[in-house]
Design a protein around this ligand. Structure first.
Ligand SMILES: Nc1ncnc2c1ncn2[C@@H]1O[C@H](COP(=O)(O)OP(=O)(O)O)[C@@H](O)[C@H]1O
Ligand code: SF4
Ligand SMILES: [Mg+2]
Length: 357
């Protein structure tokens, strides 16, 4: 139970985040890097959205854009409405009142984000003093309670410890405690478990889910691993080359994925009971150059189902018939006659060559 969280008086339903045709480009010597290139989605209050895609697909830049944490080389367009308010392009001073209380982020590597020279108690209590105006005693008490919330044993002792005295999993719990400290409405967790072993990963994701439900918080879970988000999100958005290429409720996505790219990501999920699970299947070829992305579908150079049209015309986001919560951007989606025809050819080729998995 989180007695100290003020959910009273808070709006608990409806759209929290509305992102429209968002573009985040960076000026570089090579030219404009189109890191996020026309992304549209909404997130409801209290829901967990997974953002998946290979490394370099724009997941972190998307999260940092929403939080207003970008370098001055960023060129922005489109719209990000948070609780009805336009926040795109606000400067750090204007964003500061949203950080901590409205949006916060758990970063990938706690060793980089935690101050190695500061006791944990102070690291957790300080934002409470700054953002919520608590006095020191109150902030320290709250820090201890937060550590208990994130299931850290003997929290009163931990307050006096330094980050290196904790295990990787415990440090990540501290990061979550810090991110939760001011009772955010939206929590970003950017690859929060990548550095941890599988059992601890599951515990951390369970913890985030539990805190989300207790606090009626929305969560955006960013990961390159579709397997990670499967059991911990309500919806999944798939990114490729700076674009959102498929989005659906989690169950629907797994049951009825439309994008060949999503299918490839699915194949790259390591199976725990599989002898070769350490050998992660990767998708052949490289992600697109975001300075000169390919014309048409950005996945075409790597897609086994690509046809001429894919290389010429960019597929628009299309709604699955009868389901307005499932969108995808593909000319020849899974289940289309063209896809099935090509799939049969691929299967025949694989069986003739004796390959396959
Ligand atoms: N500050 C920056 N300047 C130029 N390019 C950047 C900057 N930050 C990120 N990028 C580029 O944007 C693309 C998307 O990066 P990122 O969002 O970190 O990918 P992901 O989180 O999906 O792995 C990458 O090609 C990356 O090199
Ligand atoms: S549009 Fe064409 S290239 Fe792109 S994913 Fe669909 S089939 Fe493959
Ligand atoms: Mg990233």
């Amino acid at each position: 139970m989180n007695v100290h969280v003020q959910t009273e008086g808070r709006v608990t339903e409806g759209v929290l985040l509305q992102v429209d045709d968002l573009r985040t480009h960076f000026r570089t010597e090579r030219g404009l890097v189109r890191a996020v290139d026309g992304v549209t989605f909404t997130l409801e209050r209290g829901k967990a959205l997974g953002i998946v895609g290979e490394s370099g697909s724009g997941k972190t830049v998307l999260s940092r854009t929403i939080m207003g944490l970008l370098p001055s080389t960023a060129v922005l367009s489109g719209s990000v409405r948070f609780a009805g308010q336009e926040v795109l392009g606000l400067d750090a001073k204007q964003m500061r009142h949203l950080w901590g209380r409205e949006m916060s982020m758990v970063f990938q590597n706690p060793m980089v984000s935690l101050n190695p020279l500061m006791k944990l108690g102070k690291q957790i209590a300080e934002p409470l003093q700054i953002h919520l105006g608590m006095d020191k005693v109150n902030a320290t008490e709250t820090a201890e309670r937060l550590l208990r919330d994130v299931r850290i044993p003997e929290p009163e002792k931990r307050l006096d410890q330094f980050p290196h005295e904790l295990s990787g999993g415990m440090r990540q719990r501290v990061m979550i405690a810090i991110a939760l400290a001011c009772g955010p409405t939206l929590l970003f967790a950017d690859e929060p478990t990548t550095a941890l072993d599988v059992t601890v990963q599951a515990q951390i994701l369970d913890l985030i889910g539990e805190q989300r439900r207790d606090r009626n918080m929305s969560v955006i879970l960013v990961t390159h691993d579709l397997g990670v988000v499967a059991g911990h999100t309500d919806e999944i958005a798939v990114m490729y080359g700076g674009r959102l290429v498929e989005k659906a409720p989690t169950r629907e996505l797994f049951a009825n994925m439309k994008m060949p790219y999503t299918k490839s990501l699915m194949r790259s999920i390591p199976k725990l009971d599989h002898a070769s699970h350490t050998r992660l299947l990767t998708i052949p070829g490289r992600p697109p150059d975001l300075v000169n992305p390919p014309a048409g579908c950005r996945f075409a150079p790597r897609c086994a189902y690509a046809r001429d049209r894919c290389r010429e015309e960019e597929p628009p986001l299309t709604t699955v018939a009868g389901r307005n919560d499932h969108v995808y951007a593909c000319w020849y989606p899974v289940g289309s006659p063209e896809f099935e025809e090509r799939d049969a050819e691929i299967m025949t080729a694989v069986s003739v060559s004796g390959g396959g998995d």
